[in-house]
Design a protein around this ligand. Structure first.
Ligand code: CP
Ligand code: NVA
Length: 307
């Protein structure tokens, strides 16, 4: 049976730990894996722009001895030139896996339903699971543990925030989310993450005041106020999110060792200031690098044994 990677919700804590331990091995002993996916081809079907996701998957496949193809938004024109169903069935005949970056989350399910090969969510309006897994792996690498740590997410309750809620709960971390009223994370995700966290003696707490959310945090995380596809709302969003900037006075409340994270791309001067993102506690480029290592582990898990 093929396995997809659509949401972190679908992974058990043991599976997450397993991916992290394979990632450690991949980072320690890169040459050992240089034929792990030899003869395999991955295709990236992207409806939105990308730097990190595209390059980390392409280079990752190359380092594992496989091939990677990139289909840009205009090329395949998903759902317009051809239905997702037909794209999925066609690509199943050529490739060993698909990474889909799309607007609507339901497109990922649709692709997975009609594709006989593993489908990976490379970002949808609901989640960014590859990002959140790499983020928590990075926290573990830096702080040597996860259980009991507090991650404070400041800003839009968006795709990245939803995925972070699932993964931090599954890893027994506490998560505080500070967002303006009406821009909280998905309601179902909050409910489910709260239950998962509670079972692991951790918690999910929502705030409308960023200063309350970052007190005692081990990590402060933020993301853009205007995600891809929301460009028309930019003016309004910039006004609403004004008080949610990760700047020196906010970070000061969390303590001097608090790590600073951002999935990137960053809009410097909006959700985060230059001095914070370039400061000594910022680990944003380690996060970006770990996207590749963690995704290599995911690719091995999903693709290696497929016929
Ligand atoms: N963080 C992230 O997914 O970056 P890209 O949009 O550049 O791929
Ligand atoms: N929330 C952002 C993340 C980009 C990696 C977006 O969806 O545009």
């Amino acid at each position: 049976m093929k396995k997809d990677f659509i949401s972190i919700k679908d992974l058990t804590t043991a599976e997450i730990e397993d991916i992290f331990s394979l990632t450690d091995k991949l980072k320690r002993d890169k040459p050992k894996f240089n034929k792990a996916l030899s003869g395999k081809t991955l295709v990236l079907v992207f409806q939105k722009p990308s730097n990190r996701t595209r390059v980390s998957f392409e280079v990752g496949m190359y380092q594992l001895g496989g091939n990677c193809l990139y289909l840009a938004p205009d090329e395949i024109n998903l759902g317009v030139r051809e239905s997702i169903k037909d794209v999925a069935r066609t690509l199943s005949r050529y490739v060993d896996g698909i990474v889909l970056r799309t607007f609507e989350h339901k497109n990922v399910f649709q692709m997975a339903k009609y594709c006989s090969k593993p489908v990976i969510n490379g970002l949808s309006d609901f989640g960014h699971p590859c990002q959140a897994l790499a983020d928590v792996y990075t926290i573990k690498e830096k702080l040597k543990r996860l259980k009991g740590l507090t991650l404070a997410y400041v800003g839009d309750g968006n795709n990245v925030c939803n995925s972070l809620l699932y993964v931090s709960a599954k890893c027994a971390m506490n998560m505080n989310v500070a967002s303006p009223k009406g821009y909280e994370p998905d309601r179902t995700v909050i409910k489910e993450a709260k239950a998962i966290a509670k079972a692991r003696q951790a918690s999910v707490n929502l705030f409308n005041n960023p200063f309350e959310a970052v007190r005692g945090a081990d990590v402060i995380y933020t993301d853009v106020w205007v995600s891809m596809g929301q460009e028309k709302e930019a003016g309004l969003r910039k006004k609403i999110f004004k008080g949610f900037q990760v700047n020196k006075s906010l970070v000061k409340l969390a303590g001097k060792n608090c790590l600073i994270m951002h999935c990137l791309p960053a809009h410097r001067g909006e959700e985060i200031t230059d001095e914070v993102i370039d400061g000594r506690n910022s680990i944003v480029f380690d996060q970006a690098e770990n996207r590749m290592h963690v995704q290599k582990a995911i690719l091995i898990k999903l693709l290696a044994k497929q016929k």
